[in-house]
Design a binder for this molecule. Structure first.
Ligand code: AMP
Ligand code: ZN
Ligand code: FE
Ligand code: FE
Length: 283
């Protein structure tokens, strides 16, 4: 079985509609994908429907924007009840924080000599309820300030660059609790990708597993080198964590994350499904 458990659609900052994403996955011979848009479940029903029509299983997912003492990290939730009130309220808070910072981004980039308006950004995010930096990058491309999303991040928008504006995100331990409360299973996304590793030490991941019930970590991931994967695989084994592998596909505009380029082993997927069912979630 070919299983990719971390993908984005145009409902957040991917470029394929949920239906197009599912068709692409099917064409590539995948059997299961999870749609894990940033801070929203809005694309999931469409993806599930498209999957049913062509025989591809779509697992309900979400990638929550989180922080550890102010450092940004991402948490994947699988099998959650999409209508769970507490989880939805927190996702809405994260989305509002995304929207609230757009004016500050526009002001900052304007100060930096690249005049931009919130309307320019909204033209790129379209109907997406979860506006992210990739949309700002697209607006910069349209204005001719940079040639691509990647260049916009490298020069201006990455966390340590002059165009970066921070925002509210969910405290990580609270996010795990909310996912559990919605019947879902929590998997730490790309834990040792550049920018996340400092906040997510082996000791802290161990604490998350033992005292907060974290169920899994993403091990096979494009930005993790071979050594990092070996280390995470061993850490996960020691802690009894489910070890997933996924692409973090975003369509066009995020290079090196081709759909299905990293996959989850069938045994890990079966374990994930079993845990979701035990929690009362929907696999
Ligand atoms: P935000 O959600 O606003 O914090 O923006 C972060 C998102 O930008 C990440 O989740 C990725 O989807 C995307 N991203 C980060 N780095 C790059 C890059 N170099 N090129 C394209 N997209 C990126
Ligand atoms: Zn993204
Ligand atoms: Fe992420
Ligand atoms: Fe992602």
């Amino acid at each position: 079985m070919r299983i990719d458990l971390h993908t984005h659609s145009s409902v957040s900052d991917g470029t394929d509609t949920p239906t197009a994403l599912v068709h692409k996955a099917h064409d590539l011979g995948l059997d299961v994908i999870a749609l894990t848009d940033h801070d929203t479940f809005d694309g999931v029903p469409q993806a599930i429907e498209a999957g049913k029509r062509i025989g591809l299983h779509v697992l309900t997912g979400v990638e929550m924007s989180c922080n550890v003492n102010g450092d940004s990290v991402h948490l994947l939730g699988y099998g959650c009840d999409r209508r769970n009130r507490a989880l939805n309220e927190e996702l809405a808070t994260n989305r509002a924080a995304r929207a609230d910072r757009l004016q500050r981004f526009a002001d900052r980039l304007t100060e930096l000599g690249m005049p931009l308006t919130v309307a320019d950004i909204k033209e790129q995010s379209g109907v997406s309820p979860s506006v992210g930096r990739p949309h700002i990058a697209d607006a910069m491309v349209v204005r001719g300030y940079v040639g691509s999303r990647a260049e916009a991040f490298d020069l201006w928008l990455a966390d340590d660059k002059p165009g970066y504006i921070s925002r509210y995100s969910t405290p990580l331990e609270h996010a795990i609790t909310l996912i559990h409360g919605a019947g879902g299973v929590a998997v730490l996304a790309h834990p040792w990708r550049k920018g996340h590793a400092a906040a997510l030490t082996a000791e802290y991941i161990s604490e998350l597993a033992t005292t907060h019930g974290l169920e899994g970590i993403e091990v096979d991931y494009p930005d993790h080198d071979e050594f990092t994967r070996e280390q995470l695989f061993a850490l996960g084994e020691r802690l009894g964590l489910i070890r997933t592998g996924s692409s973090d596909y975003h369509g066009l505009g995020k290079v090196g994350h081709d759909l299905g380029c990293c996959l989850t082993r069938e045994s890990a997927y079966r374990e994930l499904v079993a845990r979701i069912k035990r929690r009362g979630g929907k696999a």
